[in-house]
Structure formats: structure tokens, C-alpha cells
Design a protein around this ligand. Structure first.
Ligand code: NAD
Length: 476
């Protein structure tokens, strides 16, 4: 594949290969599309020294200069949109139009944080005459960024944007399944003139890399997006050194559909959103609690749209849903369907693998799923929706909150009292009404409960990357 990059590590401003490699697979064809060099411990130590040097330079670089380089890198990425999108589709499987949008979203994260770089204001606290109290914000130090495979471009951009805007340096370990997005970002920063060592990219055995780097004193923030189980493990490791963490973890988004809703519109938009990125999105709408008076028409419309979803190779025109990004997700989803149906759930469409080449899974709808089914607690992270009837708003809220997660939630209603109640009572970091857009670069995104802590984006997004220093000054 000509547009797929030659995969390398990037340490101290230079590209590097190593003797050991991993295979990168196109999940639509199962063909190998690249060989990914694996970092040895010596490479990680080199990355650490480089990041240390990079931090010395970058923390002293004026915010406007930082912003200029970030904006230049984003402009370069926008110019390379088509090439990047094609490599993302090749390694991840998502339809090309979705990959193109992802490239733009990644640029928007960089652009938003570039602007915020110039607004990391401190404050002056009133005090006695001759005494000043001034609050400063300082970069936290070296960031270890760990980004997942579901958004190969926009997820690494989030971590890089936060670190670079605040004057931190970063060692990014992007997902081994989908390394090209991060490679393109790094190349753009290289071309934009980022000083050596400020941004470093490694790949390898995730546990080995995180275990080695999190224990190093100069690493002061671990910014991770991924599953709650791994997030918990990394938080424990980080606690040994009192290293700060930013954890964007799993979700199991509830959608509360009230009786006053336009059923056709709500069901159609929900089904389209559900199967975007093959459901491999932490904010993906998954547990639908629909008022019993509109349950049947909602289910019918949703199932019709699910069945109409065209599944195929993301490179092909008209495809709406590609394969799952990796092989292990196929049995994981099949297990959830099998368990739910064994416990009495109705399977309205899908439920299994499509064909025997590529990791395709059918758009799936389960209805009337009992609370005891695994899928009511376990995030499917795939093209699977659960649609259950509820008798009241109270019941819907109780069910929405009956999981350890609290990332995104959605409501369909035009009643102000319902909006107020859901806003107040649903446990989530983000709640959206009559839209399935959970966040933008300019809004704070993150979870409560086991969905993690810290926020990315918005005016809050840079807080994680900065220390607060209070300066007292007596002129007496
Ligand atoms: P997983 O838990 O094995 O891995 C999740 C991510 O963490 C991957 O990117 C992986 O490379 C990384 N990882 C794993 N062990 C690590 C370690 N010790 N140190 C550092 N990084 C490590 O799960 P998976 O099979 O890759 O993905 C399935 C689950 O992951 C889903 O159920 C979902 O909850 C979660 N996930 C969430 C997001 C998100 O956007 N929040 C993204 C991808 C995956």
C-alpha cells in the first residue's frame, strides 16, 4: 500500500528502527501492511533523556511560539488529510469519509489547545499592603501519553496538544495496531520545526513500556485513554511515585428516550451514531431505555436502519461500517450476544461475524435484555445496541446509573423538566439532549466513577498538564 508509511520510532528528533518488529494488519483483508519496530529498554531510556532535554527547551519557549508551531503542524496535517486518512482506513478499517473527518478533528484539538496555550493565566490574590500573592501555572514535566487504537489520529493529537500547549515534553506510546496516525502527526511536527526531544514516539509491548516509564521520576503525568481495567493498573503504578494521571476510560452510554420524542428522528439518528466507527467509541450510545409507549416503533425503526447499514472495506465507496479493528474483539462481542440471548434477550438483527475474511461483525440489536446479562454491565465497544422498555423517567434514571461507568449519556426529550432532571440525576461527565455529539475540542470531556478523571478539551483541558505555584512576596 503506497500511502502507508514506513513505520519507525521517533526519539530526540530522529527516526529510528530496531531489530524487533510487530506486524500491522489491515482488519478488512487480514493482509500485513507494515512492520512496526519495537522499542527496547535502551530506546525508552533514550526517549526519556531526549524528553528531559526537550522539556528544558520547551518550557522556556514563549506560549505564542509554541502555539505557532502547533498551528503550523495542524496546517501541514490538513494539507496531508487524504494520505493520512487512507493510512488510517488501511490500519483501522473505518470508512474513508470517517477517517477524513478524524484527521480534521485531530487538527482541531491541536488548534484549540494552541489558542489555550496563550491563556494559561495565573492570578493575583488581594492581601495586606506590601504583600503580594501570585498564582503561577507551570508545565508539569515529562508526559507519558498512551493512546488507543479506535482513533489513531485524533486520540494522540489530544495528548500531544495538551502537553505541547503547556510547555511539557511528551513520550507518546500510540497503539501498536494503528501506528500510522501518530507517525503522521510526529512527521508534521518535525516539519513544523518542533525542537528535538519535545515529542517522542515509541511502540512496543504496552505493559513493558508503561511499567518502565511510569516509574521514572521525571515522568510527571500519565495521560491514558483505554479500558478501565488498564487505567486502574496504570493509576496504581503511578501512585508509587505520586505521579499525576489523566484517565479517559471506558463508558457504557445510556440513552433515555422519553415519550414526547419524535421517534423516527431519534431512532434513525441513534442507529447511525451507534454504528459509526463500528461502535468502537467510548461515548457510543449503547443502552437505550425507551418509554414503553413508544418502545415498539422506536425498536422497529432502529432495527430497520441497523439492517440497512452497509458493511464492508472502509476503502470502498458507500460503506458505512468497516470491520472491528482487531481480531480479539470478534469473540468478545459474540460472547456478549450469546450470554444475553441465553438469559432471555431478543436478538432482532446481527449477532455474528460477517464472512471469514476480515474482522467484520454485523450491526446488532438486542431488545428486552435482562439486567443479569453481561452486556448490561460490560462495555461492548462494538456495533451492539441494547434497547429496553421503561415505565417511567425514574426507572430510566436508575437503570442509566446502574453501571460503574459515567462517561457520556444522552436524552431525547423536549420537556424542560425532563432535561433538568436528567441533567441533575444522570451520573456522567457529559450529557447531550436530542443530539449524539458528546464533545468538541472546545468543551471539557471526561468521566466520573470508573470512567476516569481529568478532562481533555475546553478551558479545563490544560489543567492536568500544569502545576500550580503560589508565590508570596513581601515588600516590607
Ligand atoms: P485492552 O484493555 O487490552 O487495551 C486497551 C488499550 O490499552 C490499548 O490501546 C492497549 O494498547 C493499551 N494497554 C493495554 N495494556 C497496557 C499497559 N499495561 N500499559 C499501557 N497501555 C496498555 O483492551 P482492548 O482489547 O485493546 O480494547 C478493548 C477495551 O478497551 C474496550 O472494551 C474499551 O473499554 C477499551 N478502550 C477504550 C477506549 C476509549 O476510547 N476509552 C479506546 C480503546 C479501547
Amino acid at each position: 500500500m503506497s500511502s502507508y508509511p514506513d513505520l519507525k520510532l521517533y526519539i530526540g528528533g530522529e527516526w529510528r528502527k530496531t531489530a524487533d518488529n510487530l506486524s500491522v494488519i489491515n482488519p478488512a483483508t487480514e493482509a500485513e501492511i507494515g512492520r512496526l519496530p519495537i522499542a527496547r529498554i535502551s530506546d525508552l531510556d533514550d526517549a526519556l533523556s531526549a524528553a528531559d532535554e526537550g522539556f528544558r527547551v520547551w518550557r522556556r519557549t514563549a506560549p505564542r511560539k509554541r502555539a505557532d508551531i502547533m498551528l503550523r503542524a495542524a496546517a501541514i496535517l490538513r494539507d496531508r488529510q487524504e494520505e493520512i486518512a487512507r493510512s488510517i482506513t488501511a490500519e483501522h478499517g473505518k470508512p474513508l469519509p470517517q477517517a477524513r473527518l478524524e484527521v480534521i478533528r485531530g487538527c482541531e484539538f491541536l488548534e484549540w489547545d494552541a489558542g489555550e496555550a496563550m491563556r494559561t493565566y495565573g492570578r493575583v490574590i488581594p492581601s495586606a499592603p506590601g504583600v503580594r500573592y501570585v498564582v503561577h501555572h507551570e508545565p508539569v514535566g515529562i508526559v507519558l501519553g498512551l493512546s488507543p487504537w479506535n482513533f489513531p489520529m485524533s486520540q494522540p493529537c489530544r495528548k500531544i496538544a495538551g502537553a505541547l500547549a503547556t510547555g511539557c515534553s511528551i513520550i507518546l506510546k500510540a497503539a501498536e495496531e494503528t501506528p500510522a496516525g501518530a507517525m503522521h502527526i510526529v512527521q508534521a511536527f518535525h516539519d513544523a520545526g518542533l525542537p528535538a526531544g519535545v515529542l517522542n514516539l515509541v511502540f512496543g509491548e504496552p505493559a513493558e513500556i508503561s511499567d518502565h516509564l511510569i516509574r521514572q521520576d521525571p515522568v510527571r503525568l500519565v495521560a491514558f485513554t483505554g479500558s478501565t481495567a488498564i487505567g486502574r493498573h496504570l493509576t496504581t503504578l503511578a501512585s508509587e511515585n505520586m505521579t499525576r494521571v489523566l484517565m479517559e476510560l471506558g463508558g457504557h452510554a445510556p440513552v433515555i428516550v422519553c415519550e414526547d420524542t419524535d421517534v423516527e428522528k431519534a431512532a434513525t439518528s441513534s442507529a447511525i451514531r451507534k454504528y459509526r466507527n463500528a461502535g468502537q467509541v467510548c461515548t457510543s450510545p449503547t443502552r437505550f431505555f425507551v418509554h414503553e409507549s413508544i418502545f415498539e416503533p422506536f425498536l422497529d425503526t432502529f432495527v430497520k436502519r441497523a439492517k440497512a447499514t452497509s458493511v464492508g472495506d472502509g476503502m470502498d465507496a458507500g460503506v458505512e461500517m468497516g470491520p472491528l479493528a482487531n481480531e480479539r474483539r470478534v469473540p468478545a462481542l459474540a460472547k456478549l450476544v450469546e450470554d444475553a440471548t441465553a438469559k432471555g434477550a431478543q436478538l432482532h438483527c446481527g449477532g455474528g461475524r460477517v464472512g471469514n475474511r476480515g474482522y467484520f461483525f454485523e450491526p446488532t440489536v438486542l431488545a428486552k435484555v435482562p439486567d443479569a446479562a453481561l452486556v448490561m454491565q460490560e462495555e461492548p465497544f462494538g456495533p451492539l445496541a441494547v434497547i429496553n422498555p421503561v415505565a417511567s423517567l425514574e426507572e430510566a434514571i436508575a437503570k442509566a446509573n446502574a453501571v460503574p461507568y459515567g462517561l457520556a449519556a444522552y436524552g431525547f426529550t423536549n420537556r424542560a423538566d425532563y432535561v433538568d432532571r436528567l441533567t441533575d440525576e444522570v451520573e456522567a461527565g457529559n450529557i447531550s439532549f436530542n443530539t449524539l455529539e458528546a464533545s468538541l475540542p472546545e468543551t471539557p470531556f471526561g468521566g466520573v466513577k470508573s470512567s476516569g478523571y481529568g478532562r481533555e478539551g475546553g478551558t479545563e483541558g490544560l489543567d492536568n498538564y500544569m502545576n500550580v505555584k503560589n508565590v508570596s512576596h513581601s515588600m516590607e
